[in-house]
Design a protein around this ligand. Structure first.
Ligand SMILES: Cc1ncc(COP(=O)(O)O)c(C=O)c1O
Length: 377
């Protein structure tokens, strides 16, 4: 635990929301920030562009992406909204997304639809999750006509890996552009972005890639790069994707400069990505089995959809509880930080598994939820 910046007091089971950083990575970011502070003109005016290019190429290489089509963003939300605002949507255009779409993405899409007259169509995700059924339902909506399809690669609340690579290829074959919300993918899944089919792929580095807060990427397919614009207009907005995204006014660039080193710190610390991913997969499965048995519920996650996070249906008598209320009780009475979501008529708790996750905290979570269930009657 002392390798992580997390407080030893925290009972933190929510790596999925903001990630957590190794101390080594925080020190590295502080070094970059101190260099900027020591000589802002030299670092920002003279050297920043070359340093950012090196960091961008470093991350592209680690994600198997073409560096010419990959830019840093502050977070997945910014990356996704940049795409939504770059695409010329019009009255009656249909934008297809999943029923478990991240709520802030749902709101960004809603706002864009209100501005343009486009219509958002959510494809329901039924639980327990059936990837084949979802593929068929998405393709039926796409074939009914769509101007864009937004696919979550790993859903937020339900923590399910979607069959996004095969879906994206099928959707593109229908001539419909695909925006992949891969917020949870970098670090969690092996990636060779260059070999996959999509128009845009947005991913966070600060969740599972070990990077400081404020580090994310947007990758665009070659035929999308000239018409994908940053949310903010800058000196460079007409000078290509990489320049326009990397300078959107003065900001703190240290998270982006740190990202490749942060990636390597986590890789070294965990004994390699394969070992870390296998640890997370097995841990997530064990949490699912133990908590569903304790709660008397059924897993909603088939093997193919398993991720480093596991969302477990709550006991029957807690199914109608308000999610925020339960989160607050778990925090205030038991000190446990864990998100609760209600999706597809199922209220679930999401546990993230990482090297800093303490098994005692998972046992305590099970006991705390059973205590709440007993009180609820
Ligand atoms: C699926 C998904 N998309 C997008 C986001 C937004 O990420 P950020 O807050 O870093 O912009 C999240 C955050 O948890 C997410 O889970």
């Amino acid at each position: 635990m002392h390798h992580w910046s997390l407080s030893t007091q925290s009972r933190f089971l929510n790596h999925g929301s903001y990630g957590a950083r190794l101390r080594h990575t925080v020190a590295c970011q502080q070094r970059h920030a101190a260099e900027i502070e020591a000589d802002p003109m030299r670092m920002l005016t003279d050297q920043l562009e070359a340093k950012l290019d090196a960091a961008r190429c470093g991350i592209a290489q680690r994600l198997g992406a073409d560096p010419e089509g990959l830019v840093f963003c502050e977070n997945a939300s910014t990356a996704i909204e940049s795409v939504l605002r770059s695409l010329p949507l019009g009255c009656g255009d249909r934008v297809v997304c999943l029923g478990h779409v991240y709520n802030a993405v749902r709101q960004a899409l809603k706002r864009r639809c209100q501005e343009t007259g486009a219509v958002a169509v959510e494809v329901p995700v039924s639980l327990p999750f059936d990837p084949m059924k979802l593929e068929q339902a998405v393709m039926a909506e796409v074939q009914a006509g769509a101007s864009l399809c937004i696919l979550d690669a790993i859903t937020s609340g339900s923590a399910l890996r979607m069959p996004w690579t095969s879906l994206a290829a099928q959707i593109k074959a229908c001539g419909v552009p695909v925006l992949v919300d891969g917020a949870h993918v970098p670090g969690q899944d092996p990636l060779a972005l260059r070999e996959l089919e999509y128009d845009w792929f947005a991913g966070n580095l600060h969740k599972w890639g070990g990077a400081p807060l404020g580090a994310a990427i947007l990758a665009a397919a070659p035929d999308r790069r000239d018409d994908t614009f940053a949310l903010l207009t800058s000196h460079h907005w007409e000078e290509g994707m990489t320049r326009s995204f990397h300078w959107t006014g003065t900001r703190d660039w240290s998270p982006w400069l740190t990202a490749p080193e942060a990636w390597d710190h986590l890789e070294d610390f965990s004994g390699g990505w394969d070992a870390l991913r296998e640890y997370q997969r097995q841990g997530s499965q064990a949490v699912d089995e133990a908590l569903t048995m304790a709660f008397g519920t059924q897993s909603m996650t088939p093997e193919a959809a398993r991720t480093a996070m596991c969302s477990v249906p709550l006991p029957a008598c807690l199914q109608s509880i308000d999610c925020e209320t339960l989160e607050r009780v778990l925090e205030q009475r038991f000190g446990l930080r864990v998100p609760v979501h209600a999706l597809s008529n199922c209220t679930m708790v999401r546990v993230s598994v990482h090297l800093h996750t303490d098994i005692e905290d998972i046992i305590a979570l099970g006991e705390a939820i059973l205590a709440c269930a007993q009180e609820q009657g």
